[in-house]
Design a protein around this ligand. Structure first.
Ligand code: SOE
Length: 398
């Protein structure tokens, strides 16, 4: 072998994110030269019938359906949580109590109180924590951050953040994503959380206040789920024609206005009902010397406007963020313009997690529980702003 130390991963969950993370831990070693070798040691989930074929497909060495036992096992070094949001606290708590590193899916938790407890537990623990805000590790997003840090766009004045999808019409039954007890919120925590994290990451600035907010639930009830298969968002899920209708307890859309600590004004919007937008997670940042804009549907590209030359020759340029060594992570992937996709950000992030665990610098700063709690505070402030119909300062949300 290559003589590197191994690290045994225990993954909880076998759905969409279970697949994304199984792939990330596998490919990180193949492509990104991490300083530790991740071993797919144990996969843990409730449904053993599907878990056995899942583990065989992805090469997990062991299966189990008791996450507490897995967390306690001396053979496990890192617990990776991809279970539904309402389980993030209990699972992270079990892992931290056993002194294990934790990598938890976003958002940190569905409920603000859970997130607050998770941040407190992480503060008291010596174990490292990570939250899978995967879009940070998309090369074009990491390059946007680099441009801002190099002062290529000057002082930031305006930010627009948006995350638009279109998979949630009336035909979609009451998946867990529509059940507030499980998910905590709808497009707010599921989608907008990513964009808030991305804006914080790219600008390097914190959101200081929420000045106005709007939530809407267009479809008030949905059919009880009768069958779920496959690993996508809503693909292969059905509610039978005569299934009982149950109330939806989350938002379908959220919009809010806010300010950044450097004085910029920001708007955010997220919805699962933006017909024609399928994974339009993006931002536009306008500064005094230039602007950047990005959306994930064209994830290899970053648009950049340089306002420092003669006005008559200025214009948006589209940069393919695939060139080594200029673009972060490009050294691990394909030649110029051969492109990367959704899974690569997870792979890049898995490799960065391994770098942090080995005491090395990650390519992009990794969000830990403390950092992800800041994003969660923004989510909570937006909810309070809508409920109380007043400006909420982030300093009020603790
Ligand atoms: C669902 O809308 C979802 O899968 C989110 O949960 C992911 O975090 C996002 O990146 C893609 O869309």
């Amino acid at each position: 072998m290559d003589g590197k130390k191994s690290i045994n991963i225990g993954l909880i969950g076998q759905q969409f994110m279970g697949r994304a993370h199984s792939n990330a831990w596998t490919q990180a070693r193949h492509f990104c030269s991490p300083p530790l070798n991740p071993v797919l040691h144990t996969i843990c989930a409730r449904n053993m019938e599907t878990l056995i074929p899942f583990s065989e497909l992805w090469g997990w060495q062991n299966t189990c359906n008791d996450y507490e036992a897995m967390c306690r096992s001396p053979e496990i070094d890192l617990v990776d949580v991809t279970a539904q949001n309402h389980m993030h606290l209990a699972m992270s708590k079990a892992a931290l109590a056993a002194g294990k590193a934790v990598a938890c899916e976003k958002p940190l938790a569905g409920k603000f109180e859970d997130a607050r407890e998770m941040a407190a537990l992480a503060r008291k623990s010596d174990a490292p924590t990570f939250v899978w805000y995967n879009y940070r590790s998309c090369p074009a997003v990491a390059y946007a951050r680099q441009l801002v840090r190099e002062d290529a766009i000057g002082t930031i004045r305006h930010v627009r953040g948006f995350y638009l999808q279109d998979w949630a019409d009336e035909s979609v039954p009451l998946l867990w994503r529509f059940d507030g007890d499980i998910s905590g919120s709808g497009s707010h925590g599921d989608l907008c959380a990513h964009t808030i994290d991305m804006v914080r990451f790219v600008t390097g600035e914190e959101i200081t206040e929420i000045n106005g907010a709007l939530f809407e639930t267009f479809i008030k009830e949905r059919a009880q789920v009768t069958k779920v298969s496959g690993g996508g968002i809503a693909a292969n899920v059905s509610g039978s024609g005569d299934a009982e209708m149950v109330p939806v307890t989350v938002d379908d859309a959220v919009l809010f206005l806010s300010r950044l600590e450097g004085g910029a004004v920001c708007s955010f919007e997220a919805t699962r009902m933006a017909t024609g937008r399928q994974n339009y997670n993006g931002l536009e940042i306008n500064g005094t010397k230039g602007s950047v804009r990005f959306n994930f549907e064209r994830n290899n590209e970053l648009e950049y406007y340089d306002a420092t030359g003669p006005r008559g020759r200025q214009g948006w340029r589209t940069i393919m963020c695939t060139h080594e060594p200029d673009h972060p992570y490009s050294q691990f992937w394909w030649p110029d313009s051969h492109g990367t996709g959704y899974e690569h950000a997870f792979i890049n992030m898995a490799a960065d997690i391994l770098r942090v665990l080995a005491g090395e610098e990650p390519i992009s700063p990794m969000p830990d529980f403390e950092d992800a709690f800041k994003t969660q505070c923004v989510l909570e402030a937006v909810t309070q702003c809508f409920n109380e119909q007043r400006t909420i300062k982030l300093s009020e949300v603790t």
